[in-house]
Design a protein around this ligand. Sequence first.
Ligand code: PEP
Length: 254
Amino acid sequence: MNKERKLIIAGNWKMNKTVAESLNLVRGLKIELALVKEVDIVICPPFTALAAVSQAVMDCNLRLGAQNMSEHNYGAYTGEIAAGMLKEFSVRYVILGHSERRQLYKETTETVAKKTRAALAAALKPIVCVGETLQEREAGQTERVLDTQVRGSLAGLTPAQIEETIVAYEPIWAIGTGKNATTTQAQEAHAFIRRLLASLYDDNVSRRVRIQYGGSVKPSNARELMSQPDVDGALVGGASLEDRSFSDIIKNSI
Ligand code: PEP
């Protein structure tokens, strides 16, 4: 597939996989994906598996991401993990502002913005999630929600920093439901985000930012979604937990 930007496909394992299970999955992915050069492939295991997985992917084309991090660099923040701690395990990406963090843990857009700036300051590439609820979509508020979340979550970033940032458009109604956005819905939302970035920065900067789609991506719908001009990859939850389905998503997207 001929794309303007290199595809980036990330697997968010969420709170799944022990260390042994993580290594097993990585073993399978390394075999399935050894020859793939066209896509940046990122896996995001739970924190407890980062050390072992980091060793296991050292010699291959799989890159490591974390699922969250603190906005602080160190200190009295019980249960939190700082960017510098992730870097010890060669983590390169970090998912921020996932809807589960926003909804279940009441993470605000202001906090997501602080985390995004902290990640970039530590040379981690943030994958910043935005997306509307079903109620918001049905009320015709999708663009308003995306406008607020994108402006807020990316507040204060320089043009160079925004180019290092990946935006993940994840309509909340499509996450873990088996009901993905149509290609038209995805393309419209991605094009809207790109136009917004062009208005906040300029066309050249906006054209370099990669925007992933997330929400029930599977081997059967990956190709069609990735064929959209402004869809530059995927953030995959459920289907990233098994080597064949994640690999097939990647292979079908090329
Ligand atoms: C996600 O949680 O980011 C996600 C996209 O999940 P799923 O692929 O399972 O819908």
